[in-house]
Design a protein. Structure first.
Length: 312
């Protein structure tokens, strides 16, 4: 009979999210007489393990929705339209039709780079257009990546790309410039002591990803954490890790995928975020969007490269 009581408590909560192992935080007050006098009151946290998502159907639905969005846009010519619709059906094509970007920084001023860019030999982009390689702990460096096709992702600048779906799910892809902490001057290095960057270098990417101060079923700075997960991943040509958190706050549901790698004292980090207003989306729709775009992002993130660099 006690099992029956727990089932009755859990029933109103089923359907909250169709992803596996979500925590549901509810204040439940139950009182009554079952077998013996059993009074239950207070906060009850129930763990669900529901695996009913049909990812194939979700991907098809996302492709159709993306086609609908693109059909409303105006195109310069028929070729652009056909490319956009092909990408909607298979988003990894946004990589194939994307644009190769190269960012170079040197210890000298950026005037020479600007002159090269004006001659059309180099595209100079980055977090700080006027910065020097020494800002990231290098004497010089070049970083190459593939910008996804503009029909799928808008370029927000500073290595950040965004897509807003028909369901108003916002997806962002953001690169951090390769960072060599030990290459900074001692005074600058002190500013990072105790930061995530300092921890990831001292502990390594795997240990840092596993031991982040995040506990399922508890509040964190972003909101209530439903689930966290760690997987291996290729990050900018290096063996690294993918740290996933699934959470909600008062207004939004969110999934954050953070890719980490450390190689030769250099930190690589890329973040992909899926968020949506609670009035418009649920976790299943976020997971559908994530599944639809994941192969594209994995391809972009794994093939990005740091090359022609010299540490400071």
């Amino acid at each position: 009979m006690k099992k029956l009581l727990l089932i009755l408590i859990a029933l109103p909560m089923i359907g909250f999210g169709q992803y596996s192992d979500y925590y549901i935080k509810k204040d439940v007050n139950v009182s009554g007489t079952i077998d013996h006098n059993v009074n239950i009151s207070g906060e009850v946290i129930v763990t669900q393990n529901i695996k009913t998502i049909d990812y194939g159907q979700l991907a098809l639905a996302e492709a159709e929705a993306e086609k609908n969005r693109l059909e409303k846009l105006k195109y310069a010519d028929q070729k652009d339209r056909l490319i956009s619709l092909e990408i909607a059906s298979n988003p990894i094509k946004a990589y194939d039709f994307g644009e190769t970007k190269i960012w170079s920084a040197h210890s000298r001023s950026r005037l020479l780079d600007a002159a090269i860019e004006n001659r059309g030999l180099l595209t100079v982009l980055g977090p700080n257009q006027n910065g020097k390689a020494t800002d990231w702990g290098f004497k010089k460096l070049s970083f190459k990546w593939k910008k996804p096709h503009s029909s799928l992702m808008n370029d927000l600048g500073n290595w950040k790309y965004q897509n807003i779906s028909e369901k108003n799910i916002t997806t962002t892809l953001e690169f951090m410039a390769p960072f060599h902490l030990e290459g900074l001057k001692k005074k600058e290095r002190k500013k990072y002591k105790g930061s995530w960057m300092h921890k990831i270098i001292s502990k390594g990417a795997e240990e840092y990803a596993k031991k982040r101060n995040l506990k399922e079923g508890e509040l964190m700075n972003l909101g209530f954490l439903h689930k966290k997960d760690i997987n291996k991943a290729q990050v900018c040509g290096n063996s690294g890790y993918l740290s996933t958190i699934i959470y909600e706050d008062d207004y939004e549901y969110g999934i954050h995928d953070t890719y980490y790698a450390v190689n030769d004292g250099i930190v690589f980090r890329v973040v992909v975020k899926y968020t949506g207003d609670k009035d418009n989306v649920n976790f299943e729709s976020l997971e559908g969007r994530r599944y639809y775009l994941k192969r594209l992002f994995s391809q972009i993130i794994s093939t990005a490269r740091l090359y022609d660099y010299k540490k400071n």
